[in-house]
Design a protein around this ligand. Sequence first.
Ligand SMILES: Cc1ncc(C[n+]2csc(CCOP(=O)(O)OP(=O)(O)O)c2C)c(N)n1
Ligand code: SF4
Ligand SMILES: [Mg+2]
Length: 389
Amino acid sequence: MTMAPGRALKLDPIKSIKKAPEEEYYQSGHRTCQGCLSALPMRLMAKAAGPRTIVLGTTGCMYVANTTYMSTPWVVPWMHTQLGAAGSAAVGTSAGLKALMRKGKMKDEPINVIAFCGDGGGADMGLAAISAALTDVEYNLLIFLYDNESYANTDIQTSGQTPWGAVTTFSPPGKKHRIMQRRWKKNVPGMLAAGHPDTKYIASGTPAIPVDMMDKVRAALSAGGPTYMHVLDPCPKGWHYDPEHSTELGKLAIETGIYPLYEVKEGVCNYTGTTRQIAQGKRQRKPVREYLEKQGRFAHFKNQDFAYFQKKVDEMWEQWIIPGVVSFSYGGPINITGETAKIRNNNVERTNASWIGDRPGHAHEEFVDDGLAREWLDDNALGDPSAGN
Ligand SMILES: Cc1ncc(C[n+]2csc(CCOP(=O)(O)OP(=O)(O)O)c2C)c(N)n1
Ligand code: SF4
Ligand SMILES: [Mg+2]
């Protein structure tokens, strides 16, 4: 028997920054780097959620820099949990509240439970617990993954979210091997949405587009049941750029199509903001180079590296079953609903299994695949083979 979730708060969309609540529940008192776009989503998330909220957070920058001795930015109740334990802590807290209310030991009222984690703690170490939480449909909770694309707190180690080719302390380029991070970024929100059909709400966002992000937090908390948000956060220290460019970089990640904005609500995917315009063909994707060359972590890139990166992003848009969201394509004729395969996507509805010839937003020259990319991946024979890395 499946139990119904507890009552969820009903939070209306903010829609405009001028209408955002003035109250802050994540204030001064933290010691994150200047321009840290992992701290901003904490502030926006808390603002969107409001005072009846409990926040849990795994080890990482948003734990360590927010808990200096005798100092904290959190106004709402906050608790640290183990790296990798966001899913379990969220379920435990939500279940505990529900039991206390059922037994009459505390007032029966809707309370938001938000567990945040970094990309190391959520996309790598804690993925199993998040997956389990998303199947526990009787509990209201939001897992909020802030993705700064590295294990930042321990000095920028490579995570499953680090982009291809990026320099980290684990992947410095050398004379023999220029590209040391050879894995493509794991598609976590798409994977979770595809694999957890009973989860009512899964979305991607970024603090660089604050209203979109806050309204997604509100939609997640109002959905009733377990929900997930993935939030891309430029990190001046790990991405090597001047802190004043944080917001610009967050927007460029979307404008280039590298990081699509969308929400999957009750099994239906909708793009939002600039991504929606790109998917509808109203706007062209910017070349990925505009985003990559603004960051020192890609300073070693040569033309073929930019071209390979562009090719991979083009694949996301041209070959995936839902561009940028679900990372596989039809392998042949398929009959899902009657005569045609119909993709459940409110913005872009296709009746053809193939995307070729009908490409959403495409602003750059075709990349001719000369086989180089595979060569790099196979033998990595770049630069001077006699030199050590
Ligand atoms: C089980 C465990 N392994 C390793 C560590 C050391 N550690 C603390 S924070 C951290 C980095 C976490 O990275 P992420 O989750 O991406 O958060 P960020 O630091 O980037 O904010 C690591 C490896 C730990 N605290 N616990
Ligand atoms: S290292 Fe990055 S994520 Fe951590 S506090 Fe600094 S800017 Fe923020
Ligand atoms: Mg991280």
